[in-house]
Design a protein around this ligand. Structure first.
Ligand code: FES
Ligand code: FES
Length: 882
């Protein structure tokens, strides 16, 4: 390792000297040499997300794009060096405003906000939003971040800061658990964890979407000084194949096998530092026989197409929902519309790339620090790869920096664990942004052929729907995504006759799987388009057409389930009615769309919510559960449920997600964690409450454990019944959104009315919906991840098209509460539905503006998209696409 230079600089007011390596960034220097963790690495060396922001001589700089040697003689400030009283001001403002969710973007934003609010000028909301343009937040939709900035600039001028709500049960605007530490970068993510003797990992990925692996030669990598181990398929002692539904995904591709996607792993390296690990990974030589990839799902399912995955044929799944004679019903309809809608592949772009830390314990177990969406599935699969019993792996969640479905499948947990076993030392492995994008499953592109009819009054009569989804190289949960797309294909509307057929197909494109909305966003876009087209034929406006057809209690959902409870759609329509007509009366182009999304997996899955409360000697109560905190606020919600039942202060409860107890309940998916874990927490808390009511104090109960567990096993798989009844889902969220454009066709305002059952924490609930609307607007207008020969054509964050603060319109969230009897305190999940109607509402508004009905996402040709300066993939890249 060549040492280029020794530099001297000021770090947080102290003089420091450091050796700087060729090409080393300031971010690497701060994190690796000085263990400063508030600047996060989310996109280095792009300089496009703002997570690594520091002040250099008082000016904001993205430290990932500043060469370390350039700070010679300069003063570098990170959040760690900001005076404590000022730090607490920022922490307080973000918590009061609920301006953070996962918190991965927040320290970088906070330093930017320090700089902005230290200036003389008082900024307007628009100026604040423009001032945050260098920063990406995938969770919040920025609304509450701008609120936090307003609080800070007011407080710096003597204004009062609202009190923090630090205690509360159901209905309280309780601050986010660990919100202060997250704001300041003090709560570590996996990549921030250091363990004595720790090695650093790196992976070797396939550059080809389909190729036979002739030879993997690790000799040069092994010979590099500082390398402790190089792992390949040969080193796997257990089952090399993993997968949530089908075990069709190898943790390493072996010699003689085919690679199936550009994220396939050929080798993994453990070395004394990240620099050596990356260099060694570059020395692994892989010889390929390149094969023509299968890229088109329609080609993939034709007879004779090359088989993509050895474990399954190219048709991953088929879903069929047929009820009544569709041809007859369409023929008898007064109006019929038909068309083909298409949606794009998009990237989750959670800001924290995948990371894992595996630490061998003295008792022979392996402590796996994971940020996956199901730590018990991670443990089971890692143990299987290692060929060890599950008890030998102790899994612990490090709440992650965003996931949105993209961390359901294993990423590098097994490779990290294997390296730790091979070396006997702790190993931490963190993916780069490019590796992250190549590896984890995406949102499915789906081609959707719709024919929908209605009678003369606009009442829907029948729908014939064919869906074909590109599931990429591995099953992931792709079959379930298309199943959910089919089940929700008629949206929240009463359609008596349906014929729906859905296919998920393997291809050599990046795998597709879970992403917030899980197939429902896609079909919602198509169905809402059909509703608008029919409304025009009947002569109704969008609101009236939806009000006539919206599902109510007693109606039959697309899957055949008769809805018996908590159908708040009509209430959400009524909530937006005045805003819809008022905006039209002002001459604005207005779009409206409705949405429905299951809460809970359903479709015959047995689902559990488990919780243990453990009374500690120090007067706190450990709250153990099995689902993942990923920014959605689960840990806060669980403490509120427990506080409500027991009457104890919410801060008594200390949430923990690890495998101390067997609380595995599957993935944090399907908007179900509040529904299930919330009920588990209520069940456990009820037992603790009983002991408290008998006169015991917490001190008396120290050491006692209280188990809560609920099981839902009454849902039915598609086409099946239980006790003569179809009940595909436990619960549904319902929504109506209105999108208003300004006089130039640019986004002006979104009104989002959502039936959430019961808002356990109204502020966090609003925040979930604001963040979803932000994601939905990007999905509608600017986001895409096109591939050429199976490889994404860009890894640049701005190209991928996630909206920045200045692109966001005003968002008004209207919470509607139609209690869900099967949810805790009437609550149901809200994590996904927030973006289900958004693209449809945007398409309708655009048609109202320029008369063009757009049937393909993203709608980049629209005035609304052209006003947004992200998502502009350069022509040089664009020309390389199919
Ligand atoms: S990590 Fe530096 S800007 Fe993203
Ligand atoms: S809170 Fe901003 S990325 Fe999660």
């Amino acid at each position: 390792m060549t040492v280029l230079d020794t530099i001297t600089f000021q770090l947080n007011g102290e003089r420091k000297q450091a050796e700087v390596h060729p090409g080393q960034s300031l971010l690497e220097l701060l994190r690796e040499t000085f263990r400063i963790t508030s600047p996060k690495d989310a996109c280095s060396p792009q300089g496009q997300c703002g997570c690594c922001l520091v002040l250099v001589d008082g000016r904001p700089k993205t430290s990932c794009s500043v060469p370390a040697d350039k700070v010679e003689g300069k003063a570098v400030l990170t959040l760690e060096g900001v005076p404590e009283a000022e730090r607490q001001l920022y922490a307080r403002a973000f918590q009061v405003a609920a301006g953070l969710q996962c918190g991965f973007c927040t320290p970088g934003l906070t330093l930017r906000i320090k700089w902005l609010t230290d200036q003389e000028k008082i900024l307007t909301r628009d100026e604040i939003a423009k001032g945050l343009d260098g920063h990406l937040c995938r969770c919040t939709g920025y609304v509450k971040i701008v609120d936090a900035v307003e609080l800070i600039q007011s407080a710096k001028r003597g204004g009062a800061m609202p009190e923090l709500v630090e205690d509360g049960g159901v209905g309280a605007r309780l601050v986010r658990y660990q919100g202060g530490e997250l704001t300041l970068g003090d709560r570590p993510f996996v990549a921030d964890l250091h363990v004595p003797g720790m090695l650093h990992g790196a992976v070797v990925l396939s550059p080809h979407a389909r190729a036979r692996v002739i030879r993997v030669d690790t000799a040069r990598a092994r010979a590099l000084p500082g390398v402790a181990a190089v792992a390949t398929a040969r080193d796997v002692p257990g089952d090399r194949w993993v997968g949530l539904i089908y075990k069709d995904w190898p943790v390493f591709v072996a010699e003689g096998e085919e690679v199936r996607a550009v994220g396939d792993v050929l080798a993994a390296v453990a070395a004394e530092n990240p620099r050596i690990a990356r260099e060694a990974a570059g020395l692994v030589e892989v010889e390929y026989e390149i094969l023509p990839p299968v890229l088109d799902p329609a080609e993939s399912i034709r007879p004779g197409a090359p088989r993509v995955n050895p474990k399954h044929d190219n048709v991953l799944s088929t879903t069929r929902i047929h009820r009544g004679d569709v041809e007859k019903a369409l023929a008898a309809s007064a109006h019929v519309v038909a068309g083909t809608w298409a949606t794009q592949r998009i990237e989750h772009l959670f800001l924290e790339p995948e990371a894992a830390l595996a630490v061998p314990l003295p008792d022979g177990r392996l402590h796996l620090h994971t940020q996956g969406q199901g730590i018990f599935d991670d443990r089971r699969q890692v143990a299987s790869v290692l060929g060890e019993p599950e008890e030998k792996v102790f899994a612990e969640l490090v709440p992650n920096g965003g996931a949105f479905g993209g961390k359901e499948d294993m990423s590098i947990q097994a490779q990290t664990a294997l390296l730790a076993r091979m070396t006997g030392r702790p190993v931490r492995l963190v993916l780069t942004r490019e590796q992250s994008i190549r590896m984890h499953p995406k949102r499915h592109p789906i081609t959707m052929k719709y024919t929908v009819g209605c009678d003369a009054e606009g009442r829907l009569t029948a729908a014939k729907i064919d869906l074909l989804g590109d599931s990429g190289a591995y099953a992931s949960v792709g079959g379930k995504v298309l199943e959910r797309a089919a089940g929700h294909a008629c949206g929240p509307y009463r359609v008596p006759v349906v014929q729906i057929d859905a296919i998920a197909a393997y291809t050599n494109n990046p795998p597709c799987g879970a992403m917030r909305g899980f197939g429902v966003n896609q079909t919602s876009f198509a169905m809402e388009g059909c509703i608008d087209l029919l409304a025009a034929k009947v002569g109704l406006d969008g609101w009236e057409m939806r009000f006539r057809n919206g599902l109510r209690v007693g109606d039959t959902f697309t899957t055949g389930q008769v809805l018996e409870k908590s159908v708040g759609l009509e209430k959400t329509l009524l909530a937006v009615k005045d805003a819809y007509y008022e905006a039209r009366a002002r001459g604005r182009a207005v779009g409206i769309a409705c949405g429905v999304k299951n809460s809970g997996i359903g479709n015959g899955a047995i689902e559990q919510g488990k919780c243990r409360l453990v009374v500690e000697a120090n007067g706190t109560v450990g709250l153990y559960a099995g689902f993942t905190e990923m920014g959605q606020g689960l840990l806060t919600i669980l403490t509120q449920c427990a506080a409500e039942v027991t009457g104890l202060p919410s801060r008594t409860f200390v949430p923990r997600i690890d495998s101390r107890f067997e609380l595995g309940a599957g993935q944090t998916t399907g908007s179900r964690a509040t529904l299930l874990a919330g009920r588990g927490a209520v069940a456990a808390a009820t037992k603790l409450r009983a002991d408290l009511d008998r006169g015991s104090s917490l001190a008396d109960l120290a050491g006692r454990e209280y188990a809560g567990e609920i099981v839902i096993d009454d849902t039915t798989a598609p086409g099946q019944t239980k006790k003569g009844k179809v009940k595909t889902h436990t619960s549904f969220g319902w929504a109506t959104q209105v999108v208003v454009l300004d006089g130039k066709g640019v986004l002006e305002r979104v009104i989002a009315a959502h039936d959430v059952g019961r808002a356990i924490n109204p502020q966090q609930c609003e925040a979930q919906i604001e963040g979803s609307v932000h994601m939905g607007l990007g999905y509608a207008l600017t986001e895409e991840l096109p591939c050429k020969d199976g490889m994404p054509v860009t890894f640049r964050i701005r190209d991928i098209g996630v909206l920045r603060a200045q692109h966001m319109p005003a968002v008004e969230v209207l919470l509607v509460e139609d209690p869900e009897p099967e949810g805790p305190f009437g609550a149901k999940g809200v994590g996904e539905i927030g973006l289900v109607p958004t693209a449809g509402a945007v398409a309708a508004a655009l048609q109202a503006f320029d008369g063009v009905r757009r049937m393909r996402l993203p709608m980049k040709d629209s005035p609304a998209a052209r006003a947004i300066n992200v998502g502009r993939i350069p022509d040089s890249d664009r020309e390389r696409w199919h």
